[in-house]
Design a protein around this ligand. Structure first.
Ligand SMILES: Nc1ncnc2c1ncn2[C@@H]1O[C@H](COP(=O)(O)OP(=O)(O)OP(=O)(O)O)[C@@H](O)[C@H]1O
Ligand SMILES: [Mg+2]
Length: 308
């Protein structure tokens, strides 16, 4: 496996030049490996029923539609995850397949078998079919799987559970960005406020957190500005109450961003996916732009024309 050799007698400056050249090559290789690492987005709320899974699945599909790249949706709601259902996938392959395997023995080939492909180009690591199976999925195993997926995906979107278990922390730690979902009622705002306090105590930088306001009900919600004041942060995404599209989406297994990308809700998710994309992706026009990219670019142009 040697990369090069010198024969005796060795000329010191020749040896030096050779080592320099080899080091340079290693550096370039590791830099490009770093560049390939997936951007990891965790969608989270400490309160259930806030729309975490809905946002995670639509964000994952939105990213795949935008960049046509490998996007992986990882369901960490291990006791009753619904990501697979929301994409009309079976529970034939799930986290449970990795249950008996020690973390160090899990490799990329194994993940290729366990991940389920979806028509949108998203791959899904589904939650186990039975709640009790979650015990075998340790935090260490989750960290191992996420770091392997970082090598093979462009984006990882994690559908998070509503707690601070060891498994949850493995997901939150791995995330580049956490989307904290809040619905406009008091219990949800309290939950968001305690989550932000925990994030601070974990020393997550403030820019790691994004805030999403989700209108899971129709009226009498708390005012946006009051929630922002109490959380000390503005919302990056506002999702309107949209009961019909989401019920249809669950029943058909097709998320709105895929079934109706041109609807207001589809556009909202596409724009949000763009906002959460990597700086490289956002800065450059792709060689072969996808229809989703064209739609997002057009909306950005329209918005800037309006503000002028
Ligand atoms: N903006 C919205 N308008 C109307 N209904 C919504 C909206 N967002 C989410 N819902 C509905 O609220 C319910 C909960 O959403 P979802 O499953 O995404 O939340 P969750 O936080 O993942 O909940 P869980 O506690 O089950 O993990 C679903 O039936 C979903 O269709
Ligand atoms: Mg959920």
């Amino acid at each position: 496996g040697a990369d090069n050799y010198l024969s005796k007698p060795v000329n010191p400056s020749e040896l030096q030049a050779l080592v320099k050249a080899l080091l340079q090559r290693v550096l370039v290789a590791s830099e490009s490996a770093m560049k390939q690492k997936a951007r990891t987005l965790a969608v989270y709320s400490l309160r259930g029923g806030s729309g975490v899974s809905t946002i995670a699945v639509n964000l994952g599909v939105g990213l795949a539609q935008l960049w046509g790249d490998q996007t992986t949706v990882v369901d960490l709601a291990l006791t009753n995850g619904q990501s697979a259902l929301m994409l009309d996938l079976t529970l034939r392959n799930t986290w449970a397949d990795l249950g008996p395997i020690p973390p160090a023995e899990i490799d990329a080939d194994m993940l290729d078998i366990v991940l389920q492909p979806h028509a949108s180009k998203v791959r899904v690591l589904a939650a186990p079919p039975r709640p009790e199976l979650h015990e075998l999925i340790t935090g260490e195993k989750i960290s191992r799987v996420l770091s392997l997926l970082r090598e093979s995906s462009a984006y990882i979107v994690i559908d998070m559970p509503h707690d601070f278990s060891e498994q949850t922390l493995a997901g939150l730690d791995a995330a580049d960005q956490i989307v904290l979902v809040v619905s406009p009622e008091m219990a949800a705002v309290r939950a968001a406020s305690s989550a932000l306090k925990v994030f601070a105590s974990l020393q997550y930088p403030p820019e790691k957190m994004m805030l999403a306001l989700n209108w899971t009900f129709e009226r009498n919600g708390l005012a946006r500005k009051d929630i922002e004041a109490s959380l000390g942060q503005s919302f990056n995404l506002i999702m309107p109450f949209a009961p019909d599209p989401f019920v249809t989406a669950i029943n058909t297994g097709i998320p709105p961003v895929m079934s109706a990308p041109k609807s207001p809700l589809g556009a909202l998710f596409e724009d949000f996916a763009f906002m959460l994309s990597s700086a490289e992706h956002r800065a450059t026009r792709p060689a072969q732009p996808t229809p989703a990219w064209h739609r997002v670019a057009q909306r950005i142009q329209q918005r800037s024309a309006k503000s002028r």
